[in-house]
Design a protein. Sequence first.
Length: 395
Amino acid sequence: MKKLLKIIGGCIGLCALVIAGLVLAEVDFSNDPNLDDFVEAKMEALEARGLAVVFIKDGDISWSNNYGYADVEAEKEVDEETLFQIASISKLVTGVAAMQLVEKGLLDLDAPINRYLPFHIANPHYPDTQITARMLLQHTSSLIDDDTTYRSTFTIPSGAPDPAMTLEELVRRYYLKGGALYNAETNFAGVPPGEARSYSNVAFGLLGFLVEQVSGQAFNVYCNEHIFRPLGMTSTGWFSTEINIERMATLYDGSTQLKPYAAASYPDGGLRTTIIDFSKFMIAMMNGGAYQGHRILQAATLQEMLPDRPEDTLVWEPDVFRELLVDTKGRPVPGHLGGDPGIATFAGFNPHNGTGLIVFMNGSPSLISPSPLLMLKMFNYRAPYKRLATEAGLL
């Protein structure tokens, strides 16, 4: 028995050594005092090829820098004109579009969305419980993502830069019985609308379609007219025809180079912009809805999006660093993270001291063919955001 226990103990010790070796090999624990050297080391650990960062202070950019390559093969460096696909922080823009319509009295957050739609959407498990725009904004609508189906709407295989279907086609196919993407069990939660949070990308595609129905404009056109142009975001757009696609940062999913791609639910994560352009949007959000005299949202409306009770927040993550396991010492930082194949992004601000941070990266550990060590690799994400937030004054 003692011999058996000794053998078992040796095996456990060996396993612990192997695990410790893997952790040391995949997780970068370095913390160089020089910020530039620190960022470059973290980029390597994150498999990022390029990175753009902006610090915001008192309504203006206080510091910005660019690192690495927009295109490694062409040796094209990231600069202020580099366009990034920014994944889920795009939802902040979609939320503003919806809230503008609320301000105009055209959309009631607590009315059934079917009041505004040309067809009827309901959770088939709870057909008599109404879904509202507020629920869509809070991810409590009970409309959920079937990840395989959602990813099937990405144009990565075809290499097309724009969605393969309209928002109406997506919504009909995904939420209406008989639709090509419909599945009563995987597209709808087993709890009633309004009772539980389940983060949903496809539901933000529905929110974009709701904006189209209420405003009478295509979603991308509405955003151009009511958000991007007023803020002077001249290098921002949802579709490749609205931007200079030659300035797009190349996306790297692990070692695989991707062409610009889109998802059918593009209001959830398909915005293309520069970090300087997006800083104008963020400054407006930090400044009660206005940037350099151009107002896109009333301060009271923004307060409704960012109320004192975190559970009532609309679109924004009330403490974005919670997702990164960073302790903000009781000072919540509202913001959003973004991540898709070849993309990693961050936007957040401290409402108490007027500081903000935006980070765009092209390149990430592969999500298409994930490594068995992906979870270990993901530990590297916490460090750069924490350090940059500290340098920017958020933490």
